[in-house]
Structure formats: C-alpha cells, structure tokens
Design a binder for this molecule. Sequence first.
Ligand code: EPU
Length: 419
Amino acid sequence: MEKLVITGGTPLKGEVVISGAKNAAVAIIPATLLVNGICTIENLPNISDVKLYCDILKDLGAIVTWNSEHEVTIDTRKIDSHKTPLDVTRKFRASYYLIGALLGRCKHAIVGSPGGCNLGARPIDQHIKGFEALGATVDVSNGNIAASAKKLVGTSIYMDVVSVGATINIMLASVLAEGTTIIDNPAKEPHIVDVANFLNTMGADIRGAGTDIIKINGVKELKGNATYSIVPDQIEAGTFMLAAVASKGDVVIKNCITKHLESIIAKIVEIGGNVDANGDHLRVWCSKRTTKATIKTLPYPGFPTDLQPQMGVALSISDGTSIINESIWESRFQYTAELNKMGAKITAQGKSAVFEGVKSLNASPVYATDLRAGAALIIAGIVAKGKTEIYNLNHIDRGYENIEEKFRKLGAKIERVSE
Ligand code: EPU
C-alpha cells in the first residue's frame, strides 16, 4: 500500500504547469469511436483513468499507439465489437460515454453500470431519456446497460437536470444521427465545448456548445485524420490556486485558460487572496489570514463542485464562520471528517457544512474518500503542523498527473512511500 507523507508548514512558491483536462480526456477518448479513421490527441493528462480508457478502446478493436506520455494516436477503422469489458466499465464513472459513442457508431452498446467516486446517488436518467428520444431502446439489468437502435433520428431534447455527462452523451449519440438534434438546457462546462470542438475537427456539425442551446446537424461520417489538443484542466488549476492561498504562498499557474477560472478567482479575492490573471497563466498569492465566505456550488459558470473540498480547506483555517452549500452531489462532505481529525471545526449535515475557522491544522493519518477529497487532504497536509499521512491514493491518481512531483517543485515536503 502506498501513502503520501507530507511535512507541513511551507508556503508554496514557484511555477506549476497545468495538464490537459481529465474530464475532457475521458469524453474525447470514447468520442474517437465515432471516427472511421485515425486521430491523434495531444495534451492528454498522464492519469490512470486515461490509460484505462485507452485499454477499453483496444479491447473493442481500436489500434492505440502512445506517441509520448501525453499524446496518443487512435485508429478506429477495425472496431469490431459493441460489447465493452463489463468488469472494467463498471469500475469507473466516465464509462457511460461508451453508450453514446457505441450507439452512434454501431447502433448497439453494452456497458457495465458506471461506478466511480462515491458522491451519493449518481442517476443516469437524463442520458437514457436522450438516447430514447433519439430512437434507442435502453435496458438496465444485471448491473449492465444495453442500448440499441435500428436508426437514430435527431429530435429536440430538454434536459430536466443540467448534466455534464448527459449533455456529452447525447452529443455523441446524435453526431451521426439522421437530421438535427437540439439539446435544450445543456451543461456549459469547458469540457462540453472541448468535446464539441474535437468532434467538429473530425467532421461533425455541432453548434452552440457552451451556450443555452446545442444544435447538432447529423453527418454521414467522421473521417478523422486530424490532430486535436485537449484544453487545460481548470480543476487542476483551481486546486493549485487554492493550495497557494491556503499555504500563504505565491504561485504562478501556467497553461490554463483564466476565463474558465472566473468563479474561483472571485472567491479567492473575496476571502483576501490576490490573483493576477493574464490569459494563459495567472499568479496567486496570499500574505495574510483569509476570511470567511459563503459558497454554493453550481454548474459552470458557477463555483465548481470539483473544487469544493479544496476550498473547504482554505475556509477551515480562515477567520470567521463560513458556509458551503453543495448543490450537485449529496455526499461530497466526507472529507470534512478527515479534516476534523486534523483539528478543523466543521459541521456537515446533508448538503451544507459550517466551517468555524481555526488558526491552524495539525497532522494526522487521513484517508482520501474520493478524488477531490484527496486533493483537499494534500492541501491540508501542506498547511498543517507536523507529518500528515494520506492513504487511498488510487482516488488521487485517477485524476491528477504527478501531483506530488508538482507540489514538490513548489517547495512542499511531500513523498510517496510504499508500506
Ligand atoms: N443527474 C441526474 N440525472 C442524470 C445525470 C445527472 O439527476 O441523468 C444529476 C446528478 O445526480 C447531479 C447533477 O445532475 O446531481 C450533475 O451531474 P452530472 O451529470 O453533471 O455529473 P457527471 O457527468 O456524472 C461530471 C464530472 C464530475 C463533476 C460533475 C459536475 C466527469 C467524468 N465527471 O460528472 O467530476 O463533479 O460532472 O460538474 O466528467 C470529478 O472530476 O471529481 C468529478 C466527480
């Protein structure tokens, strides 16, 4: 078993380069199934979810060639199966994109019911509603999801819930459908736009991604033979921004799109941090104790749920009492119990938590309960007095590339140790 050992108390200083976006990568890799050709994807984050996804594509008959740590070429011309390795697809959340992509390509898909981080109920009713509206039959049984269609025909779909996954999945299923599909009330996250841009580069006709209405004019085929570069990860950027603030450091964050970070910048400034944003990089620094805030997580462009735990660490040591309302996931406060072991005073109930700011945190053994909780605990370890040990690193490795190396370059005393 591996653990991270962090000796806290060093303010972070220096530069960090942000990797490609995890949540764009895990949608774009399955999206290559819609291409009848070869495509090259650049700026892929080197994380376990990406490797797992490439292996699933191989299993389906794709030829996957790694050109470098961050670039892969995928040849989908010989895809010969619509049946995914169920044990594997059941293990992680983003496997749901295989339903939309395989439906689009083969008109059939069988995928294990998606697992992933335990954040409470994670229904996929909006995905299914979309597939059915396009003409598919969907059967959920024995832990699997089977979808099939004689043909897919474009239609108007109103999303009852703003859902990243359902928006992307409906885009995937409708790119090769007959006629025009309209997605009303879609999610607008940067990775929605990135997936649309990727598909358009390969020959699709998708308009309006990132706005209130997405229009997809079905095309006969996607030819590929193109190269696409994934957007920088705004959640990784936000994680380092909040680490800089919580540690009273001074960090330049490079290779990010500052427009994607507006809600985080606003909250950091509100609690007393400083941000100087310059297009593709920003400097974040903080020289005094931060102050309380009220936060509500919302779909983009609101404050992202995926930065809520990292913000929670900053608020746990801020002056005054802060409140976070988590409006996306019902169980995203599990990290607060771990922070309380480190001396934080947080009362979480349901989808709200009250943070009574303490002056400092103390080291403790803690457990990452999910990916972003893991990132938050690393920040807590950097801030705390003494030696913090963090367990369950598999959660963190799913979504952050070289995280301890990046923090070490900023001066953190952090080591990965095998027990
Ligand atoms: N929802 C439904 N029905 C659906 C789909 C979603 O009720 O059919 C609800 C969910 O229960 C939730 C809300 O809608 O309350 C939003 O869920 P969404 O579908 O947007 O989430 P997701 O696609 O499963 C992605 C990210 C998550 C991120 C959320 C919200 C991926 C692979 N995952 O999940 O990322 O928290 O969007 O932004 O893109 C993470 O990276 O740590 C992570 C959990």
